[in-house]
Design a protein around this ligand. Structure first.
Ligand code: CP
Length: 336
């Protein structure tokens, strides 16, 4: 595997193989497997889990890593093609990525959506141009439209919890957030659950339906996997018999690139769309709560949920380590 860009691009059999490898590596350290290998980690945006788990994963497999955070100890990096570089960025990825690739065996990059132009972000073109500049294996650590490491870890978490694939009911719920957030995690999560074959419901208030292209991709995945994808603004209907509620916030497509318009649309939703225990009234008694983290307590999700028995958010974050080690293993050890 030369690139790890987005789960739907991978055959589902390969995704299941990666999850199986993650489960194996969780139990068996293989502490010499990547001896002498180096991961280059380029973070255009902040991180806690992804940064720490990539470094820990490389170290646990016997390798090492370096971290570049442009503008914070290294040159500001420009990603736009053909731009006149008379702003803050002193270096372009056209040089920086081939240079960094000479120092490492795998390059892993985080580059979020700009959040200004929906069509531009929906194409997820920046991370793909960056991957094309790297002669080394390339990992997407979250781009404009997907967070495949999170989704691979979440797939493993669902397996660990014995949440059924084809009969499992998965609710992706919008939650209130003070900022207009983009679509990487909700799109990636929706696709993961659809590709896993689950009965997926997107629960969101009026005006916050995910973009049509995102829903269409998920529906195509569900039709292949035997799953299904619905959407509603009715909490009780969405949560009826649910195994999982996965919370995330996202912006209104109609207000993309206009935070003030988005804030106006969400202004009246704060109280009703903070995830509380009452959301689970019609769910299975043992329904789980998932979130990728970071999360704003008592804004997006109430303490009673995060600190209660349903919450598996810390376990999800733990699985980031095993999932990314599985990707590194497939790229650098078992290269078939
Ligand atoms: N979930 C996740 O990717 O966390 P970080 O942004 O802290 O890496």
């Amino acid at each position: 595997m030369k690139r790890f860009m987005d789960l739907p691009e991978l055959d589902t059999g390969l995704v299941r193989e990666l999850v199986a490898t993650a489960k194996h590596l969780e139990k068996h350290p293989h502490s010499d497997a990547l001896r002498g290998k180096v991961a280059g980690l380029l973070f255009m945006n902040p991180s806690l889990r992804t940064l720490a788990s990539m470094q820990a994963g490389m170290a646990q497999l016997g390798g090492s890593s370096f971290v570049i955070t442009p503008g914070q100890g290294s040159w500001g990096l420009e990603t736009r093609p053909g731009v006149v570089m008379d702003g803050d960025a002193a270096e372009h990825v056209r040089e920086a990525i081939p240079v960094l690739s000479q120092y490492c065996d795998v390059l892993a990059v985080r580059n979020f959506a700009k959040g200004k132009d929906l069509a531009e972000d929906a194409a997820d073109a920046v991370i793909r141009r960056m991957a094309d500049l790297s002669p080394k294996p390339f990992m997407n650590l979250e781009s404009a439209m997907t967070h495949p490491c999170q989704s691979l870890a979440d797939w493993k978490t669902l397996d660990d919890l014995d949440v059924p694939a084809n009969e499992g009911r998965f609710v992706l719920s919008w939650a209130w957030h003070p900022k207009a957030l983009t679509y990487a995690v909700p799109a990636s999560t929706l696709n993961m659950a659809a590709q896993r074959g689950m009965k997926v419901t997107v629960l969101r208030p009026q005006g916050f339906a995910l973009p049509g292209s995102v829903m269409a991709t998920a529906r195509a995945l569900a039709s292949k996997s035997g799953g299904s994808v619905f959407e509603t603004d009715d909490v009780a209907a969405a949560m009826d018999g649910a195994h999982v509620l996965y919370a995330k916030s996202w912006c209104a497509p109609s207000a993309y690139g206009n935070p003030e318009a988005d804030a106006a649309l969400r202004a009246s939703l704060r109280e009703a769309w903070c995830i509380r225990e009452s959301f689970f009234a019609s769910a299975r008694a043992d329904a789980k709560f998932m979130h990728c983290l970071p999360v704003r307590r008592n804004v997006k999700v109430a303490d009673e949920v995060l600190d209660g028995p349903r919450s598996v958010v810390v376990r999800q974050a733990g699985n980031r380590l095993h999932a990314q080690k599985a990707v590194l293993w497939k790229m650098l050890v078992d290269k078939e």
